[in-house]
Design a protein around this ligand. Structure first.
Ligand code: OAD
Ligand code: ZN
Length: 244
């Protein structure tokens, strides 16, 4: 095995508290599209028309159709070897937190337990009035039937994800900041590190002395700050670093 792989495997093996941040790249090998690559979602669809509170007020059906389509794509996908390596890592780690920007539920389906979903979950709805949360994997919003409503109060429901211009959920943000402040190893996997505040967590961790490890197909804003950068697919590199 490559020396760098072996060295990082040892670092991970000795870590007291491992923090992981994942982005769309970890699910790419499961067939879930990313956002900013050549054929990424934001190259073909308008974020401002689909992923903002204003877009939902203006045209809720259009937004629901988009999330319905994405739910269908996410349900077709299966966790890949990168997701599974993180399940094994959680089993072995002394302390472990998995912060994800993904809304696809694949970390949970893979079997991780300590997951912090900072951008929400596509399979959960939230009442726009009383904020009641309920799960939902309905995909077909083409028909003229009513859009999802709150089972408690009957008001329109929205998908429980974070849209552009919205703050992160308070508890998840606080936990992530705490994890970044206390971990000794931080892995940033498959994220372009472009969207804040998520992109700030690895930098915070590095500043307080954690070893920063990045896995990505290409270089990112974070690469120059990383102690170790692995250029390649998460599903191939992660199992090697964990020793599977
Ligand atoms: P991006 O699409 O911005 O970045 C995905 C990253 O994954 C890129 O840097 C790719 O190089 C990398 N990548 C692709 N395939 C990979 C693979 N097999 N292994 C390793 N890396 C791979 O997605 P995110 O960083 O997740 O937010 O985007 C952050 C947020 O912006 C998303 O949560 C979403 C989006 O708009 C909201 O919708 C609020
Ligand atoms: Zn309600």
């Amino acid at each position: 095995m490559h020396d760098k792989h072996r060295h990082v495997r040892e670092i991970i093996g000795k870590a007291k508290h491992i923090a992981v941040l994942t982005g769309a790249g970890i699910s790419a090998e499961s067939g879930v599209p990313t956002f900013r690559s050549e054929d990424g979602l934001w190259k073909n669809f308008s974020a401002s028309e689909l992923a903002t509170p204003e877009a939902f007020i203006e045209n809720p059906r259009r937004v629901w159709q988009w999330y319905g389509w994405r739910r269908g794509e996410m349900l077709k996908a299966e966790p890949n070897s990168g997701h599974l390596a993180l399940v094994e890592l959680e089993k072995r780690a002394k302390a472990f937190h998995l912060i994800t920007q993904n809304i696809d539920n694949l970390h949970r389906r893979a079997g991780n337990a300590n997951i912090i979903e900072i951008h929400g979950n596509a399979f959960r709805n939230r009442c726009t009035s009383c904020r009641y949360l309920f799960s939902d994997d309905t995909c077909d919003f083409e028909k003229p039937e009513p859009l999802p409503v709150c089972p408690e109060c009957g008001s329109p429901a929205r998908v429980d994800v974070v849209w552009f211009g919205e703050p992160l959920p308070q508890r998840e943000l606080e936990t992530s900041l705490d994890v970044a402040a206390h971990c000794d190893v931080f892995l940033s996997i498959g994220t372009s590190a472009n969207v804040y505040p998520a992109a700030h967590f690895p930098i915070m961790a590095k500043k307080q002395g954690a070893i920063l490890i990045e896995i990505n197909l290409e270089q990112t804003e974070l690469t120059w700050q990383a102690d170790f950068s692995f250029l390649g697919k998460a599903g191939e590199i992660l199992p090697k670093l964990i020793g599977l």
